[in-house]
Ligand binder design. Structure first.
Ligand SMILES: Cc1cc2nc3c(=O)[nH]c(=O)nc-3n(C[C@H](O)[C@H](O)[C@H](O)COP(=O)(O)OP(=O)(O)OC[C@H]3O[C@@H](n4cnc5c(N)ncnc54)[C@H](O)[C@@H]3O)c2cc1C
Length: 395
């Protein structure tokens, strides 16, 4: 764009103008990752957000799980998740170098388990599909599972290892991205953007999570998720190292252990937009978590919280030029995957901003114009429209 690409909005006067080259609306993981990448390419970047890092990322578990999250009917999304997860090691190393702080990036892998025979059948059906896609999943017998994680309940009927599914701590990641972006020259404008016309920059990138719909008309809707945070006793690390996800008596749950002693237990998936935490959700999550890892009944319950995932009609992100708005790019609708998708989103959007080469073919299935019908933005949905359901989604 800035280099005179197809949607160029004019040249940028770097010497005399105070207007940024790029205005990013939203300071979550997506906004700061884009800001960091753009700033390191020498662009002047402003990030607009009255409360950076306060969106879905503050609640997110931080699983980087393209394998365990490869669901039926989401083949294109799985491709993007896999691509981004592959970029994570380099992204984490570069970020660590830029800021010198630990973002909790851990590579022990993920165990997918089933408590009862029915639970195992559900888990197995999913991992059989994942294997069909060529993704690395290794089935494990109960004894093999417990060799890896002795704290797992003896009742567990079986499971599988997704060794390449990793994790990061979003509450460390977002401040690190912000620091890296600011060190590269980006600045924060701590105010909300109410209309895109308020923003003065050659290129505007809308990365406002659930705030994106009001700014663009695109179909990004809040999908509520409740999570718990536990802490291992005596300030020690949790008694397990892998991310554990599974079914326990039909209830889905995941447990994400952190070096700090924290364990994130999640999450509900609800078509609601409030942030209340319900006793029933806490009960269901805790019961399922304790069924899989009995020792966590001894942990402290330190936080219960709800967040709003920025969902889209096809559960996939919206990436690229906003039709009818020259100079405006969208990087939003990351739903359950905004942490894992941060590296690829930042790279693809930064390439569009700078107009390097032709648009990456990776972008094609995720363009905003898939939601543009005869009546304009938001008037079309793709035929594979589906809502998140408690049946097939975990984070
Ligand atoms: C319970 C739960 C668990 C999750 N677990 C995972 C996981 O394990 N792995 C994973 O990859 N993803 C996970 N996610 C999803 C992930 O958190 C989101 O996809 C990700 O945070 C989206 O990033 P974002 O920057 O687009 O939006 P957000 O993180 O929501 O940030 C949006 C930012 O935009 C700002 N904003 C909004 N409107 C405006 C405006 N008008 N002007 C200025 N600023 C504005 C907000 O203040 C906020 O700071 C989870 C989410 C939830 C809720």
């Amino acid at each position: 764009m800035l280099a005179g690409g197809p949607a160029a909005t004019g040249s940028v006067d770097r010497g005399s103008s105070l207007a940024p080259d790029v205005a990013v609306v939203g300071g979550g993981p997506i906004g700061w990752a884009v800001a960091w990448r753009c700033a390191t390419r020498g662009l002047r970047v402003a990030v607009h957000d009255p409360a950076p890092g306060s969106g879905a990322s503050h609640v997110a578990a931080g699983m980087l799980a393209p394998v365990a999250e490869a669901y039926f009917g989401e083949r294109e999304l799985t491709g993007l998740l896999t691509e981004s997860a592959g970029r994570w090691p380099g992204f984490a190393a570069e970020l660590g170098e830029a800021v010198g702080s630990d973002i909790g990036y851990r590579t022990e892998g993920t165990l997918m388990v089933g408590l009862t025979a029915d639970d195992l059948a559900q888990t197995r059906r999913l991992w059989a599909y994942q294997q069909e896609l060529g993704l690395p999943v290794t089935p494990l017998r109960p004894s093999q599972l417990r060799e890896r994680e002795p704290a797992l309940a003896p009742r567990i009927r079986g499971g599988a290892l997704a060794a390449t599914d990793h994790q990061v701590d979003p509450r460390r990641l977002v401040p690190a991205l912000r620091l890296a972006a600011e060190r590269a020259g980006a600045r924060l404008v701590a105010e909300p953007v109410r209309r895109l016309s308020e923003v003065t920059a050659a290129v505007t990138v809308v990365a406002a999570g659930c705030g994106t719909a009001a700014l663009t008309g695109l179909p990004v809707r809040p999908v509520k998720g409740q999570v718990l945070r536990l802490r291992a006793p005596d300030g020690g690390p949790p008694g397990f190292r892998h991310v554990i996800r599974g079914y326990a008596d039909g209830e889905q749950v995941y447990l994400v252990p952190r070096d700090s002693g924290e364990v994130v237990v999640g999450a509900t998936v609800e078509e609601r937009s409030d942030l209340e935490v319900s006793a029933g959700a806490v009960l269901r999550l805790l019961r399922a978590a304790v069924d899989l890892l009995p020792e966590i009944a001894e942990y402290d319950l330190v936080e219960t919280r709800a967040g709003l995932r920025p969902g889209t009609p096809d559960n996939a992100p919206i990436l690229g030029p906003l039709p009818g708005h020259p100079g405006v790019l969208v990087a939003a609708g990351h739903h359950r995957h905004g942490i894992v998708l941060a590296p690829v989103t930042a790279d693809l959007i930064t390439d569009l901003v700078t107009g390097v080469g032709s648009p990456d073919p990776l972008l094609a299935p995720f363009r905003p114009d898939r939601f543009v019908g005869p009546a304009g933005v938001g008037s079309a949905t793709r035929p594979n429209f589906r809502l998140s359901t408690e049946d097939d989604s975990w984070n």
